[in-house]
Design a binder for this molecule. Structure first.
Ligand code: NAP
Length: 258
């Protein structure tokens, strides 16, 4: 797809991968609207994004999605690209009584339900555009789980599946459906866990990961798997038990310490 002269809405665009997408897309002549929950973070991001707009909006809130849509329809009706990037990742010990029944599904509300609801709400609008795209940001962990983050990985596997179905259902429209499955990328999300767990993992800089993502989009590569994300997909097919065992090391350490 053509990566200039679009208006791009990026959820979770004030930091990490979302911010870098905003920065590189803005530099290529696209208008940008970012969202997030933290107004101070949005304000700080806007200082580095000329002509961008920001809307405080929580993707896990249906009300916020409705209000965001109204705001976009009013102030940026030319919006033709939706990047569903907002996400959280937690290490969760399923034996831990401190993790409650309500809190356990927080990743589902944000990473999965948030993305599906954004697609549902914005799809009629995107279909009116001569060229449009939806980009769902999943993960290399969509293909094989990292068991220390069980709910996160379940959301990314489900998002991969949803994106495949969405692509098939939209095949006769002008809306292209991309999946960006990042590998371990240097952002706050990656810094949440024990650095020991990242031993042997090659971590991509956010700048390189986003450059690879945009290159893929330009070539209409619908499933973009930069760096080790591609190897995870390959290994999940070739040696699924082996790769799961490799990714189980951090949880084994967590269980032996608890
Ligand atoms: N970094 C990696 O290694 C990696 C690898 C694979 C996939 N990914 C995926 O890439 C995406 C971006 O992650 P990142 O690494 O850039 O992490 P990040 O720096 O923590 O950014 C996540 C962004 O999402 C926003 N966000 C979180 N919950 C939200 C909500 N309910 N509503 C709206 N915005 C929300 C956060 O802003 P607020 O807190 O202000 O809302 C933040 O700006 C995620 O979907 C993640 O799963 C990352």
């Amino acid at each position: 797809m053509n990566l200039s002269n679009n208006t791009v809405l990026i959820t979770g665009g004030a930091s990490g991968i979302g911010f870098e997408l905003a920065r590189q897309l803005s530099a290529r002549g696209n208008k940008i609207v970012i969202t997030g929950r933290d107004q101070a973070r949005l304000d700080k991001a806007l200082q580095q994004l000329p002509d961008a707009d920001a809307v405080r909006s929580d993707v896990s809130s249906v009300k916020d999605i409705e209000l965001l849509f109204e705001r976009i329809a009013r102030d940026s009706p030319e919006t033709n690209v939706l990047i569903n990037n907002a996400g959280i990742m937690r290490d969760i010990n399923l034996h831990d009584d401190a993790v409650g029944v309500e809190d356990i599904t927080r990743e589902i509300d944000i990473n999965l339900s948030g993305t599906i609801r954004m697609v549902k709400k914005f799809l009629p609008h995107l279909k009116t555009k001569p060229a449009a795209a939806i980009v769902n940001v999943s993960s290399g962990l969509a293909f094989v789980p990292l068991p220390i983050s069980p709910v996160y990985c379940a959301t990314k596997a489900a998002l991969h599946s949803f994106t495949q179905s969405l692509r098939v259902q939209l095949q006769k429209t002008k809306v292209k459906v991309f999946e960006l499955a990042p590998p371990a990328t240097e952002t706050d999300l990656l810094r949440h866990g024990d650095p020991q767990d990242l031993k042997g993992v090659s971590i991509m800089s956010v700048e390189d990961m986003v450059s690879a993502a945009l290159k893929g989009m330009e070539k209409d590569q619908l499933e973009i798997r930069p760096g080790q994300a591609n190897q995870l997909k390959f290994m999940s097919r070739l040696a699924p038990e082996f790769i799961l065992k490799q990714l189980s090391r951090p949880v084994e350490r967590m269980l032996s310490n608890s």
